[in-house]
Design a protein around this ligand. Sequence first.
Ligand code: UDP
Ligand code: MG
Length: 337
Amino acid sequence: MENTAAASVYVSRRENTRPDAPVLSVLVPVFNEEEVILHFLEATKPVLERTGLQYEYVFIDDGSRDNTADLLAQELKTGLPGRLLGLSRNFGKEAALSAGLEAAKGDIAIIIDADLQDPPELILQMLDGWRAGYDVVYGLRVDRSSDTLMKRSTAGLFYKLFNRLANIDMPANAGDFRLIDRAVIDALLRLPERNRFMKGLFAWVGFPSMALPYERPPRKAGNGKFNYWKLWNFALDGLTGFTTLPLRIWFYGGMIISLAAFAYAFYLTLRVFLHGIDVPGYASLMVALLFFSGVQLLSIGMIGEYIARLFNEAKQRPVFVLQDVIEGTEPQTAPHV
Ligand code: UDP
Ligand code: MG
């Protein structure tokens, strides 16, 4: 895919600079996941042990109101390597991931959902990709039948629109589930914006990337945290964060409409001279009125979307607020199984 000739030259160069024994940071955003979090640990631990590498978990408790944090704190106190960052409220998954990236100490980060929709076994293949020189190995959902038809089609539409409008290539159906090298983590940490549309940011920072197709199973337990209103806002954040075309397009729209209006005005004037004044048309007036007020509202609204985001960026508020950190043990290699 991105495996162009230029990329492979770069890839083989980086391959030699890989540390032999990288430390893995496993970033897990959690929001009310008490039903599934222990299953998650049970499923991921054996895989992480099979890597033979040192690893740490970085859990980000995104303001859970259930027992998730207590369960994790208990595990960390009894020997689980890593830490739990407690955010002061629910900031959303994107903010949680930013918190996790800041706190990750490893040479490699793996971003994975807690609900086991991201199969942990894939971590091994991701590591193979990393060893082959890729800085990003992202999971590509080939089968999204666990999502509703509505979610799949709206998501498909969004990816099409995004890639058409924004000047970066965001692979369709790639989620947040991925491995990223330290170089990518550092690049992401340097991005100052508050609008953390992670999929867009991942694509924006670039680096040699490899796709790893997988089938996305349904949630193991608990409920999905996103509804359509949240997804719509998420999509707006994505688009406005990465393209200004919706703002600029009105210039051309306005130009075309003005030209047409000018031609029509010319024709009307000419007609008066040739045939005299005839019956004024209510319908055409009404249509023109409605059409232009619609266009105007739409364009003002579009500008509003950007101004709102400018406003948010200008406030310079932090992306998240950390309430507490619970430390587990140091990164460790568990005995081989
Ligand atoms: N999540 C989060 N904050 C939120 C919503 C979700 O940290 O505000 C976490 C959630 O605990 C899970 C992951 O993000 O680990 C994905 O959430 P979910 O399964 O609801 O999303 P979906 O699979 O529907 O995309
Ligand atoms: Mg999920």
